[in-house]
Design a protein around this ligand. Structure first.
Ligand SMILES: [Zn+2]
Ligand SMILES: [Zn+2]
Length: 785
């Protein structure tokens, strides 16, 4: 099925009733108890601002001719701050015109025409996390046609002959972190005139830079600042972010300098009705031998999409994977065909990765009303404008409140009220959220964590920095107090050379090739067997469970089978195709506590944060049908690997457990179930993905001598997630307990204590004992954090 359908345009009736009535209508009959909460997001009035006097006439004319007649207050605030040379982050909602906020000061300086002492006018760099977004910015700037503004994209696809022209003539270069890392910084001499005139660095969508990726970006920006300073440039940083908690602190950690936050959104917004929806149990509650399982968010969303399309309500349904998108679109079309065959063609799937023309065509058919229902991955978040729909369905929690608001913000025609529905997926975090609406609507958005001092990420960046310009003692102001020790360690490994003037790159190859901006430590390449093409990389830490020989591996939502994991060559050979089953690695794990950095004593229960070594060995894998049925177990011969990372753990003496009715034989099941749910709930307090985190629990740990539950960052050196868990431990474990209690299954299911990545096949798990274990932990911890 083509993603774009071209049936004759139909008149678009739009929602005949209020969004709230529409929502109540969806929840009638047998779906009566699935709507767990209705929240109303109130309308917001516009706050207008005058144009700044400093905007040049040519830019003012171009903008007003393109239809920009006035500014919102936040655009003016951010623009004034940046124009005055203040680093600023603009953190407001979707479709609030953030790009005008940074374009005003940047373009004003670029078209100003005054020539710097260096012989060319001012320049600016624009960084976006994806190529699509940079392309999109370029087409908007080209449409504006501001005299004197010479924008150009510079990415991996830019031909060599064009690169030179761009370096020498463009004054607004739109690029991505990878290009800065692999091309601009290592070849900075070629960029000398551009860097001498560098006045602004714009960082768009900066909320995506978190965890290990955020740490990489923070260090990359320090390298950029250092190289720019070599050319006497001290650019102003202007950052744009979705609404996140404390954007000023996050942006400040990214660039390594104080940043002024602008967060008061002056753009108008119509009211929105937001429904929380929990699909019913599909296989009973687990009492009659059938495995308990909730109906999937994808299947439920397909039903809702079909219902909405049938009523003429233009809707986009966001799913978390490409295969989920296909299922939503196909199932919705099937439903509609039964009702009215003419409706079927109004539903399409959009999976991202399209050419700009295809994206524009999609935008057009939505605006024309030829498409009434669209299923999409959140790739749509970046690079295509589909704002102004009637309703948005979220098939599963999108990971962060920032993403949720960004996706929900796609609904809302000018002045018309809109509808959004979050459909819970089968995991503890989703279960918790649809039963605790305050955690969605009243809580501050997540703190974006990153740790610029993680030695596993900092070390390779120091090596890359030394290759760009030798590193001196003064650079510790940028790279932190651990810099000298890490540099000396690199000298010991023969990577750098120590000379009187500082540390120099000591090898013949390129330093930047040793750093992947999206991972940490060593990587294993995913190689397509037939073509030899490298599809991507996985961290070595994840290679054993994810790409062992025989694994079914999802890469950018496409399915591959691993034919061979070659550890010596650090590669995994894959062939494309979906064999019809999934695989799950089984492993054994143990850990050593290396030290305790911080701890909290709650009576005889102790909670700690510190460095640990986690030893794990993948021993076999299971093949499973989509129903969950296991069709075979296959042994693997892989070595034990050790991950040195950071963890949060807590210990409870067995007597205390006994007092709460958890006797010795029940401890493993209680601790294991609490560990799984706690892993699933950590994203509530840290902006992590459940795959960024691992856990081990044991009834008696050799280091503590006690039952111990440990949750660790699954990245060498840690990523900041476990530390956030330690800091917000009361909130985190309290919501973990509530998520388990809220699930109506009897003995545990994927919505509460089962984990899709359990190395132990989800054995043993004791849901009731886990609740008692968490209750006594929380009672001992008392109120507070
Ligand atoms: Zn359950
Ligand atoms: Zn497990």
């Amino acid at each position: 099925m083509s993603p774009l359908t071209h049936d004759p345009p139909r008149a678009l009736p739009g929602p005949a009733r209020s969004p709230e009535l529409l929502l109540r209508g969806l929840a009638r009959g047998e779906r009566g108890d699935r709507l767990t909460h209705v929240h109303r997001v109130p309308a917001r009035d516009a706050v207008l601002a005058e144009w700044p006097q400093w905007v040049p006439a040519a830019l003012y004319a171009a903008l007003t001719q393109s239809g920009v007649t006035h500014l919102w207050s936040h655009q003016r605030q951010a623009a004034d701050a940046a124009h005055a040379g203040q680093h600023v982050v603009l953190s407001t909602g979707t479709a609030s015109g953030k790009s005008l906020g940074y374009l005003l000061p940047v373009a004003s300086d670029l078209v100003d025409g005054s020539v710097a002492p260096t012989g060319r006018g001012a320049t600016a760099l624009y960084l976006s996390p994806t190529k699509a977004l940079a392309q999109d910015q370029l087409s908007r700037l080209e449409a504006l046609a501001v005299p004197g503004l010479r924008p150009a994209t510079y990415d991996g696809d830019t031909p060599t002959e064009e690169r030179r022209w761009i370096r020498d003539h463009a004054n607004y270069v739109l690029t991505n972190p990878d290009l800065i890392h692999h091309s601009l910084l290592p070849g900075h001499e070629h960029w000398a005139p551009f860097l001498r005139a560098l006045r602004y660095v714009v960082i768009d969508e900066c909320h995506v830079y978190r965890g290990v990726f955020g740490t990489h970006l923070a260090l990359l920006l320090r390298r950029l600042r250092r190289v720019a300073a070599r050319y006497h440039s001290y650019p102003t940083f202007v950052l744009a972010s979705a609404t996140v908690a404390d954007p000023g602190t996050h942006a400040g950690r990214l660039i390594g300098m104080p940043v002024r936050p602008v967060t008061q959104d002056g753009s108008p917004r119509a009211a929105m009705t937001f429904g929380l929806w929990e699909p019913g149990m599909a296989g009973g509650r687990g009492s009659d031998g059938e495995p308990p399982r909730r109906r999937s968010a994808v299947a439920e969303s397909a039903d809702l999409l079909a219902d909405l399309v049938e009523q003429g309500v233009q809707t986009v349904a966001f799913a978390r994977s490409r295969s989920g998108v296909e299922v939503v679109a196909a199932a919705a079309r099937n439903h509609l065909r039964e009702v009215d065959p003419t409706l079927e063609g109004g539903v399409a799937a959009y999976r991202g990765g399209y050419l700009p023309e295809e994206r524009r065509e999609l935008e057009r058919s939505l605006r024309a009303g030829e498409l009434v229902g669209l299923a999409a991955t959140n790739a749509l978040e970046l690079g295509i404008d589909v704002s102004g729909l009637d309703a948005v369905l979220l098939a599963g929690w999108p990971g962060t409140r920032a993403s949720m608001w960004q996706q929900a913000g796609r609904a809302g025609r000018a002045g018309a009220e809109s509808l959004a529905i979050l459909v819970a997926a089968d995991d503890p975090l989703d279960t918790y959220l649809v039963h605790h609406p305050r955690a969605i609507f009243d809580a501050p958005v997540e703190a974006a964590v990153l740790d610029p001092e993680n030695p596993h990420v900092l070390g390779p960046h120091l090596a890359a920095a030394a290759a760009e310009l030798h590193v001196t003692e003064e650079d510790a102001a940028l790279f932190g107090p651990t810099m000298v020790a890490l540099l000396d360690a690199l000298v010991g490994k023969g990577v750098l050379r120590r000379r009187p003037r500082g540390w120099f790159w000591g090898r013949s190859d390129r330093a930047s090739d040793h750093v992947s901006l999206r991972g940490s430590g060593e990587t294993v390449r995913i190689v397509e067997q037939r073509t030899g093409r490298v599809l991507g990389t996985v961290d070595e830490a994840r290679a054993h469970p994810a790409v062992h020989t025989g694994a079914v591996y999802l890469h950018q939502s496409e399915t591959y089978v691993v034919t061979e994991l070659d550890l010596a060559d650090a590669s995994a050979l894959v062939v494309p195709g979906d064999p019809g089953w999934s695989t799950q690695a089984r492993s054994v794990s143990a850990f050593d506590i290396v030290g305790v950095e911080r701890s909290k004593e709650w009576g005889r229960i102790t909670c700690c944060f510190g460095p640990v070594d986690v030893h794990s060995q993948v021993t076999s894998f299971l093949r499973r049908l989509p129903t969950g049925e296991v069709i075979g177990e296959h042994p693997l011969d892989l070595p034990v690997r050790t991950l040195s990372t950071k963890a949060v753990w807590w210990t409870i003496p067995p007597e205390i457990l006994e007092g709460a009715g958890i006797s010795e034989p029940d401890i493993p099941g209680a601790a294991h179930a609490a560990e799984h749910a706690a892993i699933g709930m950590l994203p509530l307090v840290a902006t992590s993905d459940r795959w960024d985190i691992g856990g081990v629990s044991t009834a008696r740990h050799p280091d503590t001598g006690l039952p111990t539950i440990l949750i660790y960052d699954a990245h060498p050196g840690g990523a900041g997630f476990a530390e956030r868990g330690f800091e917000a431990v009361r909130t985190w474990l309290g919501s973990t307990r509530d998520a388990i209690v809220a699930c109506e299954c009897l003995a545990g299911c994927p919505s509460c204590v089962q984990s899709p990545k359990c190395g132990n096949g989800n054995e043993p798990l004791d849901k009731a004992a886990a609740i008692r274990l968490l209750d006594l932990t929380l009672a001992a911890a008392g109120p507070g954090s």
